[in-house]
Design a protein around this ligand. Sequence first.
Ligand SMILES: NC(=O)c1ccc[n+]([C@@H]2O[C@H](COP(=O)([O-])OP(=O)(O)OC[C@H]3O[C@@H](n4cnc5c(N)ncnc54)[C@H](O)[C@@H]3O)[C@@H](O)[C@H]2O)c1
Ligand SMILES: N/C(=C\C=C\C=O)C(=O)O
Length: 500
Amino acid sequence: AAISSSATHTAAAGQAVPLLRCFVDGAWVETGRSFDNINPVNGRIVSRVCEADRQTVDAAIQAARRASRGEWGRQSAALRAAALRRIADGIEQRFDDFVAAEVADTGRPVHQARSLDVARGIANFRSFADLIATAGSEMFEGTAADGSKVLNYVARKPLGVVGVISPWNLPLLLLTWKVAPALAMGNCVVAKPSEETPSSATLLAEVIEAAGLPAGAFNLVHGFGPDSAGQFLSTSPHIDAITFTGESRTGSTIMKAAAEGVKEVSFELGGKNAAVVFADADFDAAVAGVLRSSFTNSGQVCLCSERVYVERPIFERFVAALAAGCEQLRVDYPDAPGVDMGPLVSHTHRDKVLSYYALAREEGATVVCGGGVPSFGDERDQGAYVQPTIITGLSDNARCMREEIFGPVCHVSPFDTEDEAVARVNDSAYGLAGCVWTTNLSRAHRVAAQFETGIVWVNTWFTRDLRTPFGGAKLSGLGREGGRYSLDFYSEISNICIKV
Ligand SMILES: NC(=O)c1ccc[n+]([C@@H]2O[C@H](COP(=O)([O-])OP(=O)(O)OC[C@H]3O[C@@H](n4cnc5c(N)ncnc54)[C@H](O)[C@@H]3O)[C@@H](O)[C@H]2O)c1
Ligand SMILES: N/C(=C\C=C\C=O)C(=O)O
């Protein structure tokens, strides 16, 4: 990817690779330590990345504080909306650079990086620019004890300095999903992207720099979680809020740190999402939909269905059709014609997913298809590829049915009644998303209303309207973001009462 802000690093093998730097107070900063960024297609080094130490993170937070007390914190909504639109336009102008960055870091299909990841990076900035350009506020008329008129109006001010910590699975989509509303509401940001996916975050900093935001309005610190930039940021007493997307146990750790200073937190966490297919569903649509919701992005989407419940009369036929579709999935290079699935994000994550493939067998599962590693006979054998997999036969208490695997695998179980299906869907520590496939309108509304999840899709999956509340219940998250829900989280809201 054409990362213009990068320096050059000479790797151990003598080859020169880009050195991705941090962006602090409007300047590109190298730090004393760096780490490899690996391409999971073939295991090769894509770049070296500067790891932010505590001093660099603190400098970024201080720069953000200065900017929040300076020009950016006082910007009008119209000027902030214009700035967000410049950022969106900047991403659009460098569309191919962002696609190359996402593909280099994750190995995802190019067509997905184009149609989902980078497209949503642009849409996230534009939707929040539109929102703040048109958002009004509430006013309540009342009467004072002496009978005179009283006006109450709601005022929104920036929180100040917001820490954004994002995951590797949809790198640009999820980073911008938080950075856009944080900036939209006049906050200043210190962002820490995943160590697995630094490239598109670095490009975003370049675009924000070019968009002319004041120094310190947006800062980027690369690094890891524990004992690294993520921990330094989330435990700093000098931030006003943390918005985090990642594993539930990481969220719990960050929440403990935030408790010390009673910091505002917004969490998008793990999931163990279910899809329920009724016998009256459009069969072909349900098969295609469950293939998408199980295997998109190699199953590395928090909204993916790892549990599929199928009404018994169509269970055997559905498993056979799903397996046929799974066998036809093209697992290949990111730019291969018709590619459906790339590798997992890293060898470490592949080991985790393969450990669950082994566990499923130990727990007595039948592996209907997949269950291992594809053999290519070329450099991809040094990548992090696994086979898309379908399993059946496990009880709901099996670990593979309760723990998030976050890979291209789903378990399919039969059910007999609607109440049974709802009870089994809700029998989970997670509550992020659910899917219902039925042509019965009353059943669709009735069942969707009973899911203990933040999101339910009926006869579709991952269809997104950015004005709607997005987030999870139980271990899947805290709070909702999207539309005005983001305005509320990223603002300090006050009520002003005027005796007229
Ligand atoms: N609910 C959602 O919208 C959503 C979206 C995407 C991913 N996720 C979840 O994210 C997980 C996959 O992403 P991941 O592997 O990057 O998650 P992760 O929790 O390992 O890491 C997420 C981010 O947190 C940082 N981090 C890790 N430990 C930290 C600590 N102690 N303090 C501060 N920061 C720390 C990491 O460096 C990374 O930037 C899955 O569980 C998935 O379900 C949820
Ligand atoms: N937050 C969003 C998607 C999350 C995907 C999880 O992997 C979104 O679509 O806004």
